[in-house]
Structure formats: C-alpha cells, structure tokens
Design a protein around this ligand. Structure first.
Ligand code: HEM
Length: 809
C-alpha cells in the first residue's frame, strides 16, 4: 500500500495499515451512537476529539510571515488569471436557468458568490504557502493552524474577511430573518451565508482542496457512477417499507430545506458551468460515465455535469482547507417558509394582518411572476406559474410544493386568529408572533413525530432529543455550535433519497388515483392547480403510500432521470451524492464509524466485528464488488446501506450523525421552542404547542377531514393507525396568545378634602390579564373620620357614594 496513511490520518486517527484489528477502547458490538458521558465529548461536538487512538506526530513549523505574504501575492495574481480564463470559457456555459441537470439546487445567490471570491484567494494562499515549504499533505492543515494570530489578522485585513461583526438588538424577542444574533456571544453562529461546520476535519486529496481521488492502494477510487450502478440500483416494490408512509420522505426533505442549502459554483455572470465541455476549469468535477454504462451508454453519453460547491474559508477566515457555504439559516426555524434573509422574508409578506402573500383565492403560494425561479411551465396556460416560498427549491416536485403550501396556509390561519384576539396588535407583531408559533410547530413535529421514526426511541433518549411531556427543556447551552455539519449535509441526511418512490400518488377526493412516474413531475407546478391534484390530493397520496426502505437502493427516477428534459440526459442523484462527498472533503465511511464509536471494517465480511458489522451479506457483497478496500467506502454509500438500528430506519453510523446534528440544533438554539430561555413561550402557550400534530396541521389547511393520527405511518391493512375524524385530533388553543393585559392603576386624583381616588385603566385588564390589586380609594384624613362615633366608612366601590357621605360629614 502506498500513500495510504497520509490519506486516512485525520486529527490523530491513524491510517489502516497501522490499525490494529481492534482499536484501543472501541468495544465490539457497542450499542451504536454517541451518548453523553462517552469518550467522545458531545458537548463540544464542533470539535470531536477521539481519545485513545491518537498518533504522535511532529508537526513542521508554521510558514513565516514572509512566506505567507508572498503566497498571498501569488494567489491574488493566480485568481485573477483564473477569472480571465473563466471569462474566455463562458461560451461553453448554459444560461442561468435551472431546469436542466441540477434543477433548483443551482440557484446560487450573489452574496454567496461574493463570499467565495474572497475565499478563493485565501485557499490559494494556503496552498501556495504549504507547497513552497514542501509540507507533506497529511501535515498541511495542522501546519496552517499554527500560524500566529498577528500574521493571520494582517492577511484577514488584506483579503477582507466576509464574516464580519453584526449588530444585534439584545431586546429582540424574535428570531432575526437570517438567524444572526441567536447566540448572543457568537452572533454569526447559524446565520445564513456562513460555512457549514465540521464534526471532524476535512479529508482532501492534497490536504486542502482537491477531492478525494485515490484509494488506499494509490489507485483511482471507483467512479461515482460505477458506485451508483453497482450499489445503489434499484429500488422497487420489494424494497418498500412496511410501516412509514411516503409523507415521512417528504417531511424529511422539507426539514432539509429548512436547515441547509449548499451554494454551488457558477460561471461568469451567473451562467451554469458546463463541466463536461471543459473538465479542467476551476470548480469543475464532472462525473465520467463508463462506456459500458447500462443506461447512459445507450445515449452515447460519457460525462455527467457536476460543479463543485463554492469554496469558502471557515467562519474565522483562517488560512486552511476548503469549506462550503450554507445559504439558508442553519437553525430549524421555519426559514423554508419565511426565507433566510430579510429581503426574502419581506418579499413574501403581505404587510397586512401579519399575513404571508398567497395566490389563487388565498389557497396557494404566491406566484413568481417574472419566472425567475426554476420550474417548467405548460404551454398555453398563462395562469400557471412557478411558486415562491422561503426556500427557492420549492418547485422541485409537487409533494414539496404541497408541504410548503400547507405551512404557509397554517401561518395565515394563525395570523388571522391572533389578529382577531388582539385588536391592538400591528401587522409586525402578528407576523412575528405567528412566525414564532409556526417555527415552534415545525420543531415539535420534527422532534416529536418525525425523528423518533427515523432514529428510534433509544437514540432519542440517549441524546436527549425527546420533547418533555410537559414543561420546559432546561439544557440550552450557548457553547454548543448549532451549525449544520458538513458530513450531515453532504451525506448522512441524504439517506432520505433512498425513501423516494418511483411514482408520486395523487389521491383525489374520490380516491380517483393517478400515479405518474416522478421524472414527469419534476419542476412542474401544474398538478397543484389541477382539480384532481391540488394540495389535498398530493398530501393524501403521500400518507396513503408506503415509502421506500432506507437502504442502498434508489429509484431509477433519481439515478437515471433526475431533472431530465430529454430522455437519457437526466442526472443520477446517487452518483451526485458520492461525488459531493468527495467534493466537500468528507472522510470515508470507516472513519465515521470510529467517530461514532463503532468498529471500522478491515474486510468485507458481513455481520462480524472488524468486518462490515452492520451490513447484510448482499449489501457487503455489493460493496466488495465495488471497492478495493473497506477503507475507501464513501460515507453516503456505506452509511445508507447499513442495516437499520432497532426501532429506527437508518443504520448506526447515520443514526449517530443525524442524532448529533439534531442535538446541536436543540441545545444550541436559544429560540428552541421548549427552551426555558429569555425568549421562551409562557407555560400555557408551550402546553398548547405540544399538542401540535402534523395530521392536525394538514386537516386545518386542506379539505381532508379524515386522516391517520400519525401521518408518518401508513394505515395498514390490519388497520393500525386508522383514519380518524380531524375533529378528534387535539387543537392548539390560540386563546393562550390573547394579549394578556394585567391591570394598572391610574394615579390618585383628589376627590375632596379627605378622599383620593384612582381607576384601574392604565391599562384596563382584559379577560385573561390580572385585575388591579389594592384599593381604588385613599383616605387622607382617616383619623378625623374615625373619631366620629358610629360614623359609617364610605362605600369604597364607587365615587358618588363617597361624595354623598363626605358632603354629609
Ligand atoms: C423527490 C425527492 C428529492 C429530490 C428530487 C432531491 C434532490 C436533491 C438534489 C438534486 C440535491 C442536490 C445534490 C447536490 O448537488 O449535491 C439534493 C440535496 C440534498 N437532499 Fe435531496 N432530494 C429529494 C428528497 C430528499 C429527502 C427526502 C431528503 C432527506 C430526508 C433529502 C436530503 C437532502 C440533503 C441533506 C441534501 C444536501 C443539501 C444541500 O445540498 O443543500 N432530499 N437533493
């Protein structure tokens, strides 16, 4: 084996050839996942340290100020030269429409592009510096970490770090639109347009930037498309789940779009890079298609376009490995509904009654009139348009549009009630209070209904993810980084791709079902307007069908026909997932097993410790037929093909990674709905939020009136989870948001020589607020009054009476 140790050595984890079959401290058969109190410190999950498996290495000295300054100069020239090359290659690019190949995932913002321009210089500087000093690739990251702050600060100033200070209003009771200021000490944590965090350091071929390319024997890694064909094809009726509904798949996608949107590279003037036409250019990483490809070779295709994610530095703007940008807020905060910046949020608001904009009798999402977004419109029907929502990928397919619409309608339903309850609330107050409730509902459904199905009860308990039956969660930890982790985004949470069915069901009101193939539905909003489609039919179609199992197999709709316009020219999402993992510098499957305290595989034997312990024989065989060594298995491929953990749907490695991410999103979010922080709900409001079920939300906003209580599970033939009447589901009582006004006294006014009066009107208490405590009357010459024998004390409940008595006295 050559060059292997360097490739696999990350943060003190030794490579395979030095690896004993049993790693110190790693117990075979240990229950999967990381639990509090284990050797991996989950409270510092941004910086997981593996104890007991460290390698003693001597790190060379950091580059001097002079070396770095020269590296910076060279990098600046280099990046300008690359810009000019890009300009000349523009002719190969396609225009900025997202209906081909990548679909709406290529909607990169100008802000992201600006951030990346700066980062390109930083990354090139880092590369130049370590190359100049001939530092071994395994040491590069560590060497750069040792650059003194004084040198680094100067470079940061020169290159203008884009992640600068933000102004926060410490009295703000609501989340900001872009997620900033949630963490008071670190206001940029979780903000949109900031880098993904990492559980463990990156794993690039050259230590800093180039995608992983060679296997542990120094040979090229298997091609992403080969892996897709050999491992990820093909899901069918035999790999259907027998409990979870297709709605579980869709909700997962909705959650994903709330917490992340990767920024992908663009060409000059926002054109789409055509990487097959010029593979060597900056940010190109096309996927070669083998000449014997079972599908694409029929169409003489030899290349699939793939553009790298935009490069960024880390949040601290240090010189170091390439990172990637999350354009959405990292928090689970409803940003798929509201947007991840103020301009988007404002563009979706009506600015009247706290409502969001709608179209088509207030029943559908607003239309994107100039059609800037990405969808395919039918010819000859000018009324059909793409939709607008907080997340720009909304038009990707109708099931997503339906769920996005339901949450928008839920906002407007709640806003209407809050406005009626609180006549004095202005638009802004209604909007913010409603947004706070809807975000809380999304979090509650995620942690209370969705995650337990995916992770199983035990993992929910171990990582303290379960909502409490009543009362506050007291574990908010301002030192927990809430950001989305790169390995979660680029691999683990993509497990949902294997749950996607071949067909999308539209179960109309009379169950007049249609089930077109998914590729026919990509980017088409038509069915949402269609009488036999519509939000209700799409939603019913989701919970009335089983989803596919989480396993290595994916539907051909995704592996051959993703966003295809012409038959044979679509994409392959499994191959893209593998390629994306390499693009992001994600360590291989075995390394993640170790991070999760699971034994890595030294051979392909299924089901035994030291082999592919959590794979069945057929899955292990598929991997053995594809990879030369288990140490090369890509994280998405190895993780998604594991046997699910008891009670859950994903295997132990993904259960660990997904669990830790949702723990970070809970513990690190000051606005987490259950948290007992300064921005908490009142106890009675929290009790109401906890009554939320996804079924009831669907009932409230569609014309469905009977539904299974748990829409994440399909009703079975033996009538488990049967349909019940919507009215029997618990309702969130919004009266608890009636502005509770406690009474306040006016100042005393002298009524006569001996009596002063005050009135309870500043403010006047309403039906839920407390009445003023104390007496409305004050006697200033009480002694006088008392000396008169048999003198009755005045009636203190009303002024006229007192006047009379005083007159007499
Ligand atoms: C019909 C259903 C779906 C389609 C067509 C779809 C398509 C895509 C595409 C094209 C990408 C971009 C890939 C890349 O360039 O790297 C992507 C990314 C992703 N998908 Fe899906 N997806 C679907 C469902 C899901 C589900 C159910 C989940 C999770 C439960 C999920 C999770 C993710 C994640 C985490 C990413 C990475 C996020 C990002 O790039 O910003 N997807 N998906």
């Amino acid at each position: 084996m050559k060059g292997t140790l360097e490739q696999i050595s990350i943060q003190g984890i030794t490579g395979p050839q030095q690896r004993p079959r049993q790693r110190p401290g790693v117990r075979p058969g240990v229950r999967p996942g990381i639990r509090p109190g284990n050797r991996v410190d989950i409270n510092s999950i941004g910086n997981i340290a593996i104890s007991g498996i460290s390698k003693i290495d001597v790190t060379p000295k950091a580059p001097s100020r002079k070396v770095i300054e020269t590296a910076l100069k060279t990098a600046t020239v280099q990046v300008r030269k690359d810009d000019r090359t890009e300009q000349s290659l523009r002719k190969f690019d396609t225009p900025d429409i997202q209906t081909e190949g990548f679909g709406p995932h290529l909607l990169t913002s100008l802000e992201a592009i600006e951030i990346s321009e700066n980062a390109q210089v930083m990354i090139e500087t880092a590369k130049n510096a370590v190359e100049k000093l001939k530092i071994d690739k395994s040491q590069r990251r560590k060497v750069l970490e040792q650059i003194p702050d004084s040198v680094l600060n100067k470079i940061k100033k020169q290159t203008r770090c884009p992640f600068g200070a933000v102004q926060c209003d410490p009295t703000n009771k609501y989340r900001t639109a872009d997620g900033s200021c949630n963490n008071v000490a670190n206001p940029l944590w979780g903000k949109s347009h900031t880098p993904f965090e990492r559980f463990i350091p990156s794993f690039y071929e050259d230590g800093l930037d180039d995608p992983r390319a060679t296997d542990v024997f120094g040979d090229p890694l298997p091609l992403a498309r080969d892996i897709s064909v050999k491992v990820h094809t093909v899901s069918d009726s035999t790999t259907q789940m027998n409990d979870l509904s297709h709605f579980s798949m869709e909700f997962g996608q909705f959650v994903s779009h709330d917490i992340q949107m990767n920024a992908l590279s663009k060409g000059q003037y926002l054109s789409n890079l055509n990487c097959c036409a010029s593979p060597q250019r900056r940010n190109c990483f096309p996927i070669p298609l083998p000449t014997n490809d079972p599908f694409y070779s029929t169409f003489n295709r030899t290349c699939m376009n793939f553009v790298r994610a935009l490069a960024t530095t880390n949040l601290e703007c240090e010189l170091g490995p390439r990172q990637q940008l999350n354009m959405n807020t990292h928090y689970l905060d409803g940003s798929a509904v509201y947007g991840s910046d103020k301009a988007t949020a404002d563009s979706l608001r009506e600015f009247n009654g706290g409502r969001l904009k709608t179209s088509t009798n207030n029943q559908l999402l607003p239309k994107d009139i100039p059609n800037k977004s990405s969808c395919k419109l039918p010819a000859g029907n000018p009324n059909i348009k793409c939709f607008l929502a907080g997340d720009p990928r909304v038009n990707q397919q109708p099931a997503l549009i339906a769920l996005q619409t339901i949450w928008m309608l839920e906002h407007n339903r709640i806003a209407k009630t809050l406005e009626q309850l609180n006549g004095d609330w202005v638009d802004e107050k209604v909007y913010q209070e409603t947004r706070k409730i809807v975000s809380a509902m999304i979090q509650h459904v995620t942690y209370n209904e969705y995650l337990p199905h995916i992770l199983g009860n035990q993992q929910m308990i171990d990582l303290d993810l379960k909502p409490k039956a009543s009362g506050y969660f007291t574990g908010y930890d301002p030192t927990t980084k809430p950001q989305i982790r790169n390995g979660f985004s680029a691999a683990a949470f993509r497990f949902g791709h294997s749950m996607v069915r071949q067909r999308l069901a539209y179960n109309g009101p009379l169950h007049s079902n249609q089930s077109p193939l998914l590729h026919n539905e990509f980017l088409k909003p038509d069915k949402i307007y269609d009488a036999n489609g519509g939000i209700s039919s799409v939603t019913r179609g989701l919970y009335e069908e089983f989803s596919q199992k989480v396993d290595r197999k994916m539907t051909k709709e995704l592996t051959e026909r993703l966003f295809e316009s012409i038959h044979g020219f679509g994409g392959d999402l499994a191959a893209v997932n593998v390629q994306r993992g390499r693009d992001h510098g994600i360590a291989s499957y075995n390394i993640w097993r170790m991070v999760c305290e699971l034994t890595p595989a030294d051979d392909f034997t299924a089901g035994i410790t030291g082999g592919l312990e959590h794979h069945s024989t057929v899955e292990a065989l598929a991997l053995a037929n594809t990879y030369s060594s288990p140490w090369d298995i890509d994280l998405f491929t190895g993780g998604v093909s594991e046997t699910p953990i008891p009670g859950g749907k994903v295997g132990p490695t993904f259960a660990c990674m997904i669990g830790l991410q949702f723990r970070a999103l809970k513990f690190g979010d000051r606005f987490f709905y259950e948290s007992n922080t300064d921005v908490k709900f009142t106890p009675t409001q929290l009790t109401e939020i906890k009554k939320t079920t996804m079924a009831k939300i669907i009932c409230e906003n569609t014309n469905i009136n009977r539904i299974p209580k748990d829409v994440f599970r399909k009703t079975t033939t033996s009538n488990i989870n049967p349909e019940i009447s919507c009215s029997s589901l618990p309702e969130v009582i919004l009266q608890k948001w009636k502005n509770c006004v406690d009474g306040g006294w006016s100042s005393f006014v002298k009524k006569n020589r001996c009596v002063k009066m005050r009135v309870c009107n500043k403010p006047k208490p309403n039906s839920c607020g407390k009445k003023c405590v104390g007496s409305p009357v004050q006697f200033t010459c009480l002694n006088n009054i008392k000396t008169r024998k048999n003198r009755k004390l005045p009636n203190i409940s009303g002024l006229p009476n007192i006047r009379r008595k005083n007159r007499r006295g």
